[in-house]
Design a protein around this ligand. Structure first.
Ligand SMILES: [Cu+2]
Length: 197
């Protein structure tokens, strides 16, 4: 076969067009994916969502993004944090105030505790803002998903996480020391902001 059939040439030029239009197509796919996401959310009855951007406090390196999504009685949390101590365990809490301006995270106050509970692990009495710790990998990165109960997103009620502070601590949470868990300095700080109410 010396000459490729016309059909093959057409197919090749279609491929070339597709390659040259690649970035536009990616944007198109992104929009489709987002559309599918909100459709899925509506079908599953998913509720409000929120995001917190964690930024390192003075002298520290941890940063990341944490998303919150209400599913009925639960709020699903997805945290992606880097710049942690390799293999380190880091206490991770929602704190009372959404104020990271002091540069050391102290402006967020104590743990978010609207119901006056003691500090503790998820399976016992605990502050609404108590959460599972972050566990870093060899590169100092941690990614974790878990759900919280007894909290809401963006409804303005007493257990609303929106507008609260989010803190990553330098050390592990012992889930016993009152009222802090003795997790040490505040190495990253963020504010939980409602993205959909
Ligand atoms: Cu804390």
């Amino acid at each position: 076969m010396t000459k490729p059939p016309v059909r093959t040439l057409l197919a090749l030029s279609a491929v070339a067009l597709a390659l040259s239009g690649c970035s536009a197509m990616k944007d198109g796919f992104g929009a489709v994916k987002e559309g599918m996401g909100s459709m899925r959310d509506r079908m599953m009855g998913d509720g409000p969502s929120a995001t917190a951007k964690l930024e390192a406090t003075k002298g520290n390196t941890a940063s990341g993004t944490v998303t919150f999504q209400q599913h009925g009685q639960h709020v699903m949390v997805h945290a992606r944090v880097s710049g942690l101590k390799p293999f380190g365990e880091h206490g991770f809490h929602v704190h009372d105030k959404g104020d990271c301006s002091s540069g050391d995270g102290m402006g967020t106050g104590g743990h978010f505790n609207p119901t006056g509970q003691p500090h503790g692990p998820q399976h016992a009495e605990h502050h609404a803002g108590d959460m599972p710790a972050l566990k870093a990998d060899v590169e100092g990165k941690a990614e974790v998903r878990f759900h919280l109960t007894g909290v809401t997103l963006g409804d303005g009620g007493p257990a609303d996480l929106a507008g609260r502070g989010l803190i990553v601590h330098a050390g592990p949470d012992d889930y016993q020391t009152q009222p802090t868990g003795n997790a040490g300095a505040r190495i990253a700080c963020g504010v939980i902001e409602a993205t959909r109410r």
